[in-house]
Design a protein around this ligand. Structure first.
Ligand SMILES: [Zn+2]
Length: 337
């Protein structure tokens, strides 16, 4: 897992972590050790970082207990700043479900320090993809960024940033489901059969979603399957459904950096050379730059995909399955000839 992507988040969470530290001191360090299995027989207390993860985990849990998301709908998880209240919810939970692979940044390291047995890393066992030549974040052999190497003298700057967006490929979400079900079964063995049944049912939904998505994108000719996203969020989705990620407004798998003037000039050139039909922005991101580039190149901008967060319950993407179907429909609609 890359540490490079966490640099910006470390600063953001520093304050909140200091808040937790003093809270823990106030309660006595031993309170951390009390986090464990269900104590009152009313079901596990489970929190997940994102609303997407909470929904996936809820499918496994069924009616047994309710999973809360820490990050509110419409909020970009890359810039998650846990409040002392969030950290108290984390410490008070039997299980904390995180995406991992750097999505939650500094929080992830911190959680492992607190109580490893209560943390469920949904993406455990999955390997980060490596950006292909021509994609944002691609590092050619022998090519390194001198400035970055200086800044991160203690880090492996030549190692690409891990891409945490596994959940945008429904086939990879099957691994999330297995990891979550295994954690529920371990923490609450009495109801293991229910969790296994929930996982199996949702696994079937994922297989259906995958088949449905393949059918939808079949309408697009190969030369229209070119993605420019606001940040490099759709690599796994592109790999699964035969698209090329030809650029990103923020050329990174996170949203914590800003493009340089040269990055933007290159993107304009790519859009024109490749005949890219549209730019896609996710809710929770600032669409200003993408809109500007779309206007400059005379192409469409679609600024309402859901990737890092579900919509509110009365919105267009209140569940993982609905979010994925909605995004595919928007993408196909914008890219079709
Ligand atoms: Zn993202």
């Amino acid at each position: 897992m890359s540490r490079a992507g966490r640099r910006t988040i470390v600063m953001l969470t520093g304050l909140a972590l200091a808040g937790l530290a003093s809270w823990l001191l106030g309660c006595g360090g031993s309170s951390v050790g009390s986090v464990g299995g269900p104590s009152d027989g009313e079901g596990l207390k489970v929190v997940a970082t994102t609303s997407v993860l909470a929904d996936i985990a809820q499918q496994v849990a069924g009616d047994r207990f309710r999973i809360e998301a820490l990050i509110p709908p419409g909020t970009d998880p890359h810039s998650f700043e846990p409040t002392p209240g969030d950290l108290r919810r984390i410490v008070g939970a039997d299980l904390v479900i995180v995406n991992g692979a750097g999505l939650e940044g500094d929080l992830e390291d911190y959680l492992n320090d607190v109580d490893e047995s209560s943390i469920v890393v949904a993406s455990e066992g999955l390997t980060s993809r490596t950006p292909a030549p021509g994609e944002p974040g691609h590092v050619a052999d022998g090519e390194e960024h001198a400035e970055e190497a200086e800044e991160d003298a203690d880090e492996q700057a030549h190692e690409g940033e891990a891409d945490p967006h596994f959940w945008l490929d429904p086939v990879l979400v099957r691994t999330y489901v297995q990891n979550i079900a295994a954690a529920f079964e371990r923490a609450d063995p009495t109801h293991a059969a229910e969790y296994a049944a929930g996982a199996e049912a949702f696994d079937r939904e994922l297989t259906e979603l995958d088949a449905w998505t393949s059918e939808q994108v079949a309408a697009l000719p190969a030369e229209r399957r070119k993605l420019v996203m606001n940040h490099a969020s759709h690599g796994y989705w592109a790999d699964r459904y035969g698209f090329d990620v030809v650029g990103a407004v923020i050329p990174s798998v996170s949203t914590g950096s800003a493009p340089t003037a040269r990055d933007l000039a290159e993107l304009l050139e790519t859009i024109e050379r490749e005949g890219v039909p549209a730019i896609f922005v996710q809710t929770g991101e600032n669409p200003r730059l993408a809109s500007q580039i779309a206007a400059d190149t005379g192409i469409a901008v679609v600024d309402d995909l859901y990737t890092g967060s579900l919509s509110e319950t009365d919105g267009v993407a209140p569940s993982y399955l609905e979010m994925m179907r909605y995004n595919t429909e928007r993408i196909v609609e914008a890219l079709k000839p």
